[in-house]
Design a protein around this ligand. Structure first.
Ligand SMILES: [Zn+2]
Length: 544
C-alpha cells in the first residue's frame, strides 16, 4: 500500500482563507503525504468525500478540557464537532502548578466539578509533572496548555486578597518559567475570578514578561465584559505593550443589555492599537449566553481565603445581607452578573446533590418558587452552601448583533469555552452550555450556510490556521503535505448543532469524519474512542 488513507474527491478548504479546490489527500502515518487532483486509490482506507468539504481539523482557541483529560481521554463532545486540537488552561485556571500546602483543598475544588464516580487525586506539583501524567496515555484530541495565573498565584500565596510580597512575586515568576520550560504556550488570566480578581496590573505584567521570553501568548478573561468592558480591554492592551507579548482576548463579548452595541467600540479600539503595533486578537463562541460558576454571583471579598471561608461567610446572616446589598447596588470594578442581568437570566446548569437536580436548566426565580424561599438571594446562598460551591450557571447576557459583528471581524477566531462531555456514561452530566457540543457546527450551519454572514473559507480560517498561528501550533491548521494529518470531513449542506440549553448532550449533524494525527477518530459521524491525540509542548510538537 502506498498510503494509510486517502480522502477522495472532496472540496478542499485548506485553512488559509483561499477558495476551495478539488483534490485528493493522502495520509501516511501522522502526516499529510500528498495532496493532488487525483491520487490512485492505493490505501488501506479510502474515504469518499464527494460533495463534502475537507478541512484542517478545528483548533479550539479557548478550551477548558484540561479539567478532565486524565480520566476522560475520549473527549466525545470535542472530537464529534471536528475539533482535533484544544488550547486549554484558560481563564487563569490551569490544573498545575499546585500549592502542596493546599493540595487537599484544591483536590476538593476540582473534584466538586467532576462526576462523583471519579476518584480524583492530585499527584503532581509542577507543570512538568502534570504534563507527564497526561502523557501516560493518548487523548481524543491534541491538547496544548496555557499556565493559569490563578494557579500560579495560589501556588505562591494561596487565596490571599492582597498584592504579593517581593518574595511571592519571585515565586510566581518561577512557576511561570517552569511551566513555559515544560512546554506551555503562554499565560492565561481570569480577572473576574478569585484569585485573579485580587491581582493588580503590575503583577500580571511581571508574569507576562516571563511568558514573553519564551515567545508565549497572554490570553485573558478581562476584568469586566459589561460596564467596565472598555477599561478592561485597555488594561489587556497595556499589559501587551509593557510585557511586549501577543494578547488574546478570551470569549469577546458585550455583556448585559445596557452595553449591547459596545462591540462597535471594542473592535474599533482593537483596530486602532494594532496600527500602533499591539498584536491583539480575540476568540468567541457563537451564543448569546455565557457560562461560569454560580459563586461568581457573589461579591469579590466573599472569596478571600478560599472556598471554605466563602461557605462560612454564607452562614452568617449579616454577611448575607452585605452580599445582597452588593448585588443590588454593585461595587466598582466588579462584574455583578445577577444584579446587572436579573435573576430570570441566571440559570443553574449543574449540581452535585440529588436534592437539587430539579434546578438544572432552571433560572433563579424558578428555583426560588420551587423552594418557597422569600427571595432569590436566599435561594442563591443556600444552593451554593448545599453544593459546597460546585454549581454551574448559564447567563443570558449578549445580543445577537454583537455576536455577529464580532464573528465577522477578521481578528476573531472560534473557541468553545468548554470542557469535555459525553453522551453516555457519567460524562453525560448536568446541563452544560450547548457550546461544548455545538460551537463549530453552529458557525458552519447557522452563520455560514443559513445567514451567510461569513464565508465558508473565512469561517474555516477562523477555526484552523488563525488559532494555529496565534498559539504557535506550526505543524497544524493548514492542509499542506508535511503537516500533521488533523483533518475534518463535513457536509456543508447538513452540518448543524443540535445541542440546546435544555437538552445539551446531543452530537452535531454533518461532521462525517475526523482524523487526529493520522488516525480515524470519528467515522460516519460516530466517535470511535480513538486516542491518537497528544499532549502538545510548545516548540516540541514534532512533525519534521
Ligand atoms: Zn473565561
Amino acid at each position: 500500500m502506498d498510503y494509510d488513507a486517502i480522502i477522495k474527491g472532496g472540496r478542499i478548504v485548506d485553512g488559509s482563507g483561499n477558495p476551495w479546490y478539488k483534490g485528493d489527500i493522502a495520509v501516511t502515518g501522522e502526516k499529510i503525504a500528498s495532496i493532488t487532483r487525483f491520487i490512485k486509490p492505493e490505501a488501506e482506507q479510502v474515504i469518499d468525500a464527494t460533495g463534502l468539504v475537507v478541512a484542517p481539523g478545528f483548533i479550539d482557541a479557548h478550551s477548558h478540557a484540561d479539567s478532565s483529560t486524565l480520566f476522560y481521554r475520549e473527549m466525545e463532545s470535542i472530537v464529534a464537532q471536528g475539533i482535533t486540537t484544544v488550547v486549554a488552561g484558560q481563564c487563569g485556571s490551569s490544573i498545575a502548578p499546585i500549592n502542596p500546602n493546599l493540595r487537599e483543598e484544591l483536590e476538593k475544588r476540582w473534584a466538586g466539578w467532576l462526576p462523583p464516580e471519579i476518584e480524583f487525586g492530585i499527584t503532581w506539583t509542577t507543570f512538568e509533572e502534570y504534563l507527564r501524567e497526561e502523557e501516560k496515555d493518548g487523548l481524543g484530541a491534541n491538547v496544548a496548555h496555557l499556565v493559569g495565573h490563578g494557579a500560579v498565584r495560589v501556588a505562591s500565596m494561596g487565596f490571599e486578597a492582597r498584592a504579593p510580597t517581593a518574595g511571592e512575586l519571585e515565586a510566581m515568576r518561577g512557576h511561570v518559567e517552569e511551566a513555559m520550560e515544560a512546554g506551555a504556550y503562554g499565560l492565561s488570566t481570569g480577572l473576574i475570578y478569585p484569585p485573579g480578581i485580587f491581582a493588580e496590573t503590575p503583577e500580571i505584567v511581571e508574569l507576562a514578561k516571563v511568558a514573553a521570553r519564551y515567545c508565549g501568548v497572554y490570553d485573558t478573561h478581562i476584568r469586566g465584559e459589561g460596564k467596565t468592558l472598555m477599561e478592561s480591554l485597555c488594561e489587556a492592551i497595556a499589559i501587551g505593550k509593557e510585557a511586549d507579548i501577543p494578547v488574546q482576548i478570551s470569549h469577546h463579548k458585550a455583556a448585559t443589555k445596557s452595553f449591547w452595541g459596545k462591540s462597535v467600540d471594542t473592535l474599533t479600539l482593537l483596530e486602532k492599537v494594532r496600527i500602533e503595533g499591539v498584536d491583539i486578537t480575540v476568540d468567541q463562541y457563537p451564543y448569546k449566553a455565557g457560562s461560569t460558576s454560580l459563586v461568581t454571583c457573589l461579591s469579590p471579598w466573599a472569596h478571600e481565603g478560599g472556598m471554605e471561608r466563602l461557605l462560612e461567610r454564607l452562614k452568617d446572616p449579616g454577611l448575607r445581607l452585605r452580599i445582597q446589598g452588593d448585588i443590588e447596588g454593585g461595587l466598582p470594578g466588579w462584574e455583578n452578573f445577577a444584579g446587572e442581568l436579573g435573576w430570570e437570566n441566571v440559570y443553574v446548569t449543574s449540581v452535585k446533590t440529588d436534592e437539587n437536580k430539579y434546578a438544572e436548566g432552571t433560572n433563579l426565580l424558578e428555583i426560588q418558587e420551587h423552594r418557597g424561599d422569600a427571595d432569590p438571594y436566599t435561594s442563591l446562598f443556600d444552593m451554593i452552601l448545599e453544593e459546597e460551591g460546585a454549581a454551574g450557571m448559564v447567563i443570558f447576557a449578549m445580543d445577537e448583533e454583537d455576536v455577529r459583528r464580532i464573528m465577522r471581524h477578521p481578528l476573531q477566531m472560534v473557541g468553545t469555552d468548554s470542557g469535555a462531555s459525553g453522551t453516555t456514561g457519567y460524562m453525560r452530566r448536568g446541563k452544560p452550555h450547548p457550546r461544548g457540543y455545538g460551537t463549530y457546527p453552529r458557525v458552519l450551519g447557522r452563520y455560514v450556510r443559513e445567514s451567510g454572514i461569513i464565508t465558508l473559507e473565512g469561517a474555516i480560517r477562523k477555526m484552523t490556521s488563525f488559532p494555529a498561528q496565534r498559539f504557535g501550533l506550526h505543524t497544524r491548521g493548514l492542509l499542506i503535505p508535511g503537516m500533521q494529518a488533523d483533518i475534518v470531513v463535513f457536509n456543508p449542506e447538513t452540518v448543524i448543532d443540535t445541542s440546546t440549553y435544555q437538552d445539551p448532550h446531543q452530537l452535531p449533524l454533518g461532521v462525517d469524519h475526523v482524523i487526529v494525527n493520522g488516525e480515524l477518530t470519528v467515522h460516519e459521524s460516530g466517535p470511535l474512542g480513538t486516542l491518537s491525540g497528544k499532549t502538545l509542548r510548545k516548540d516540541r510538537d514534532q512533525s519534521h
